[in-house]
Design a protein around this ligand. Structure first.
Ligand code: SF4
Length: 226
């Protein structure tokens, strides 16, 4: 759709396989948990990418990485996200954190927001039917982020242009230049494939995102019945 920006990072980094939400339609095979990030890191270290692993894989890439997007799971569930951000900024001019954004409203958000402000990280917040954030919650998040002088983008991911425009109308106070228009993927081949690839939880570089098995199967069965 004309007039709105797209989002095509060179590299996606899966920083954790943990999320504190369970959105219907999520492609990622997350472990859903509301335990504290520190506790989960102690109990399940394999669910988290370390700063050392990220640094190693970015050295291995040996290509110019113009933009890196850190996502999960939910990246704010990584207790050492700030260390990963520092590493990502060493290797790329443009670093994004893709998030549902709810953590921004918590008392403890200041430290991470201040690091984002210091480094110039852009916080990319998902606002669409799947993530279920209310317009008032989004307003609170954007106010807090702006107060901390952190750059932000709002990603609206809907299945149709009509649905995109409906969701856009719910946040019409956000300038167009802060809006990203994304088409909701309904099948594996519709998921984003970054130019350089995806850094997985173990620090290995791959072509595609980690997905749930049934996210792949559903569209195949749908195809067989038509
Ligand atoms: S917040 Fe994102 S990662 Fe977590 S369940 Fe929802 S879509 Fe998936």
């Amino acid at each position: 759709m004309n007039g709105f920006r797209a989002f095509h990072p060179d590299l996606i980094v899966e920083v954790t396989g943990i999320c504190d939400r369970a959105c219907a339609g999520c492609y990622a095979p997350n472990l859903i948990s509301k335990y504290s990030p520190e506790e989960l890191f102690r109990e399940k270290p394999e669910m988290f990418l370390t700063a050392e692993q990220l640094n190693g894989s970015l050295i291995e890439v040996k290509a110019n990485v113009d933009s890196i997007a850190l996502r999960g799971g939910e990246p704010s569930r990584h207790p050492y996200l700030s260390n990963l951000l520092r590493v990502a900024h060493k290797h790329s001019r443009n670093v994004y954190v893709e998030t549902h954004g709810r953590w921004v409203l918590n008392d403890g958000a200041s430290e991470l927001l201040q690091i984002c402000a210091e480094l110039g990280t852009v916080v990319k917040i998902s606002f669409d039917r799947m993530h279920g954030l209310s317009p008032d919650e989004l307003k609170g998040i954007v106010n807090r982020i702006s107060k901390e002088q952190v750059a932000f983008l709002i990603a609206i991911t809907e299945a149709t242009d009509e649905d995109f425009l409906k969701t856009r109308a719910l946040c019409d106070w956000v300038p167009d230049e802060n809006i990203i228009h994304q088409k909701k993927a309904k099948a594996l081949h519709e998921l984003i494939e970054p130019r350089i690839g995806v850094v997985k939880l173990n620090g290995k570089l791959a072509r595609t995102l980690t997905t749930k098995r049934d996210f792949v199967l559903k569209p195949i069965f749908a195809g067989l019945t038509t």
